[in-house]
Design a protein around this ligand. Sequence first.
Ligand SMILES: Nc1ncnc2c1ncn2[C@@H]1O[C@H](COP(=O)(O)OP(=O)(O)OP(=O)(O)O)[C@@H](O)[C@H]1O
Ligand SMILES: [Mg+2]
Length: 474
Amino acid sequence: MITVNLPAWAQWLDVPLAPDRLPVRHRVLLGGRGGGKSWTIAHKLVERAIRNPERILCTREYQNSIRDSSKRLIEDVIDRMQLGARGSGFFTVTDKEIRGQNGSRFVFMGLNGKDSAIKSLEGFTLVWVEEAAAVAQASIEALVPTIRRERSEIWWSYNPRYRHDPVDMMFRGGTIQPPGSIVQIVKWSDNPWFPIVLHREMEFDRQRDPEKHMHVWEGQYVERSEARVFHRWKVHAFDEPDDALHRFGADWGFAKDPTVLVRCFIGRWAGEPYNSDIIADQKGDHLFVDDEAYKVGCAIDETPALFAGFDHLRPARWQNGFLHPGITGAASYQITADSARPETIDFMRKRGFNISPAIKGPGSVEDGIAFLKSFDIVVHPRCRHLIDELVLYSWASDRHTGEILNKLSDKNNHVIDALRYALEGARKASRPDFQGYSTGRSIMFDIPGYLPSRWSEVHPDLRAHRSVIGDLFR
Ligand SMILES: Nc1ncnc2c1ncn2[C@@H]1O[C@H](COP(=O)(O)OP(=O)(O)OP(=O)(O)O)[C@@H](O)[C@H]1O
Ligand SMILES: [Mg+2]
């Protein structure tokens, strides 16, 4: 077995007593991106599983597919410690589980949604709740009392989002924490192996967008959530149907801005939302975003690889020195791209990409955003930058009074712009009447939490204006 160096704070995952002198029940690691939370926890869980026979549940709010669980990370750790098939063989990895020779077992299930773990929670000795900011109160209430083995522990890791997120309320909301809690804030600066690509991204955010920087990297709460543009969206791991019609959109980085490619499709749920299969359907009311490529300071030469990974068809067309994974289909499907850089579009076309410029015009941003907002957006957790942007993208506000203005702020919109371009064709084709959402007025009635396109949910105060809104939103 190889021992791996861990950050100094990893000891908080070992100590037996919490500050209240009770045996540890909850270990909480929270903070901004890249602190090393997930890696360190994965290592410590593997260590525990070697030491004693443990039944370990690795969970999150939603997990439809095992591919999107922490299983991959645990497997990597096992490989690096030479405890798997290519090492001592202590652990055996199967489709759904990882088993140790001493009877230890790792199981991967979501708390909510398809194949939810809630019904089978008993008997676990260790639970890791990853991305816990997204965990619902009901899931916490179902989980905590069922983990009742003597000395069982629950580990929580998350990047704080809103002050009122249930996990944050539980550990940082009041004056008392649950008995036996260790709560540790961990930041990028606490990670000796903070990767250079993340560093570059962080510097970009620090210079261009202090608010985003504070949230994503420094782990602060998102402030002013009332100014947010997007409300109807969720992070959810899903499998795309075979017949999904993938749409691609690209936004080019200027100088140090990120270059982005995003892939999505329109569809609906076969049955209960988030609990059933997804059906590809051009008339569906859901937008599923399943992959993104994102790099700050991406050179033009590097862009084909960022988008498509290695060139499997004709290897001479571009190099992939940075080993970008790319997005499946990027080199063959049509991509709609930011029109501001014709020379980049030209460059990509010469390398075989099927790219056309988006059409810009008065109101095109607002219309594109309104069209996006007409969907319930489901974002795959691997699209981390899109998630940041959906959390942060806001209406502009008056610098002096703080009042929210009828104007979109030009920040946090790189992946969102790419998504807008990706849907340009759909917007024109499937909803020719969509222009009815005229720019200024749609913003006027766009009240957070209320969906003007559905009558049942329009705010009562607005019902009096029904005819006006009816005209606008049909
Ligand atoms: N012990 C380690 N040895 C080497 N590299 C490490 C170690 N721990 C973390 N890293 C590096 O730091 C990166 C960030 O770590 P990790 O993904 O665990 O952070 P995190 O706090 O979970 O961040 P996020 O907010 O993105 O979930 C890893 O991708 C890896 O490159
Ligand atoms: Mg993590």
